[in-house]
Design a protein around this ligand. Structure first.
Ligand code: BTN
Length: 263
């Protein structure tokens, strides 16, 4: 059976000090990122606040895309975190989602730069980070497909999206998945505060599905293609083109992976 979201059960499974305190549940909202941004602007959101909604009417994705959040099927939530580096925090969120899902469901996942979570060639989760407080805090919005069947996805996502249910072949408890992700985000955040970016980048590289792959990256004004040779200290992707030149990029959208992704 598809479990309803249950804030009490989620709270019971949390062992965090900050993340998820408070945990605000909404039946429906335009966008959890937008809602948390408004709370923050009016001084009503402390670091760690999580806004979770059963459905979103105007969920926002990166590059101004729409994020579909149908009632009862996925997880759509946003977290306010203090951090000065949006790019690194967005990598951290991706690493935490992969680690949490791997640990409770034993599902192998990869990250597609900067922080899309993939199973094979299909997208499982997307993360949208927005800087607030003049760059001193970040709203991390996460959309995760949990119990969708293929027919539940918008036709435009056919063969491009997947869900935990499709991967595992059974309905998955959204409450347990959410609690695991929030616990892992706090653990990764604390590690990052204590140990710095090196450990985070090592974890990121471990899960990157793009390292050593040939990709096409869409920038604001052109598309570049080449071989992914690494990631740099601020989370930039480094691409080597066919003439051997290496360039690093902070923004952009991977539009094609030409080799077979590592699983
Ligand atoms: C992407 O892959 O383009 C990022 C998708 C991010 C979607 C999440 S769902 C919760 C939060 N609220 C939003 O409006 N967007 C993010």
């Amino acid at each position: 059976m598809n479990e309803p979201l249950d804030v009490e059960r989620i709270a019971e499974a949390l062992f965090t000090r900050r993340v998820g305190h408070p945990l605000i549940y909404l039946d429906s909202v335009d966008s959890t990122n937008r809602y948390l941004l408004d709370l923050h602007k009016t001084g009503k959101a402390q670091a760690g606040t999580v806004v979770l909604s059963e459905s979103q009417t105007q969920g926002v994705g990166r590059q101004s895309r729409v994020w579909y959040s149908q009632r009862g099927l996925g997880l759509s939530f946003s977290i306010l975190l203090e951090a000065e580096d949006k790019q690194l925090l967005s990598l951290l969120a991706g690493v935490a989602v992969v680690l949490a899902i791997r640990s409770i469901l034993k599902v192998p996942l990869t990250l597609r730069w900067p922080n899309d979570v993939y199973s094979g060639s299909r997208k499982l989760a997307g993360i949208l980070c927005q800087t607030v407080s003049k760059g001193r805090a970040v709203i991390v919005g996460i959309g995760l497909n949990v119990n969708q069947s293929d027919a539940d996805f918008d036709p435009s996502l056919k063969n491009r999206a997947t869900s935990l249910r499709l991967i595992r072949g059974e309905v998955v408890d959204r409450n347990a998945v959410l609690a695991a992700i929030l616990n892992e985000i706090e653990a990764q955040y604390e590690d990052f505060q204590n140990s710095g970016r090196e450990t985070l980048l090592m974890q990121y590289v471990r899960f990157s599905g793009l390292l050593d792959q040939t990709v096409r990256l869409r920038l604001a004004d052109r598309v570049v293609s080449g071989h992914v040779v690494g990631f740099q200290a601020k989370g930039e992707i480094v691409i080597e083109s066919s003439d051997g030149r290496r360039e690093k990029y902070t923004e952009g959208e991977i539009i094609e992976v030409l080799n077979v992704a590592r699983g």
